[in-house]
Design a protein around this ligand. Structure first.
Ligand code: NI
Ligand code: MN
Length: 231
């Protein structure tokens, strides 16, 4: 029972859950901080939180090469099918689905969600991923919202929160989010990729340590963190 989390910069993560490989928001091409070429990635599943290009990213190309299944909202799933994705799971906000080694529940996110060609992308989402003996909350691109407390009631081991500001929560609101979600561990994302979202993650991490009960985990692009029993 273990999860290995590798940050691919921006909101892109590679997760290994009990040996199953998943990608979240695989924005590699055009991501100036991407640590690996996209051809190094061999996921079973790709989760896409919303339609924006910096989240759909390389999904279509990765699926064409690997045959990975996708998990996104209904509208994005329809768009992916039009782009050749055969195994597109279309969930929607509030719904949970069981993929065997993990369940994925779709949360709300306060943001927008048009697709790269201007198509309607439905509502933006976050995910509660339960598997490998742990529960993760990936907030997606979102503003702070009070109902993060309800997500916290589910018992979150590790939360992924945007801290970049400008397009999403910034440092202040991401600290407030930690007090609502009450995770054991929290990991920052969606920062430093582009000039408007430059942040010093160390400043945010110091505030998380001093103002909340959570432990911050700041990764460099390409760096990993493992959740295993006792950790
Ligand atoms: Ni976005
Ligand atoms: Mn974004």
């Amino acid at each position: 029972m273990a999860i290995k989390i590798t940050w691919l910069a921006h909101s892109a993560f590679a997760l290994e859950i009990d040996g199953h490989s998943i990608l979240i928001d695989p924005f590699v091409t055009g991501n100036p901080l991407a640590p690996y070429p996209v051809d190094d990635l061999y996921p079973e599943y790709i989760l896409v939180s919303h339609g924006h290009g910096d989240h759909v990213g390389d999904t279509v190309d990765i699926v064409a090469r690997t045959g990975a299944a996708t998990i996104s909202n209904v509208e994005i799933s329809g768009w992916l099918r039009h782009h050749g994705v055969k195994n597109a799971h279309g969930q929607n906000t509030g719904g949970c689905a069981d993929y065997g080694f993990m369940t994925v529940k779709f949360t709300q996110a306060f943001h927008s969600s048009s697709l790269p060609d201007g198509s309607y992308g439905g509502m933006p989402n976050g995910f509660i991923i339960t598997g490998g003996g742990y529960r993760l909350y990936f907030a997606g691109d979102t503003a702070l919202f009070g109902d993060m407390a309800l997500i916290g009631d589910e018992g979150i081991d590790l939360a992924f929160l945007p801290i970049g500001d400008y397009f999403t929560m910034g440092v202040d609101d991401a600290v407030r989010a930690v007090t609502l979600i009450r995770p054991r561990l929290v990991l920052p994302m969606h920062y430093n990729t582009f000039p408007p979202i430059q942040q010093q993650a160390g400043i945010w991490a110091n505030r998380v340590s001093s103002e909340t009960d959570a432990q911050p985990i700041v990764l460099d692009p390409g760096q990993s963190y493992s959740l295993q029993p006792g950790a």
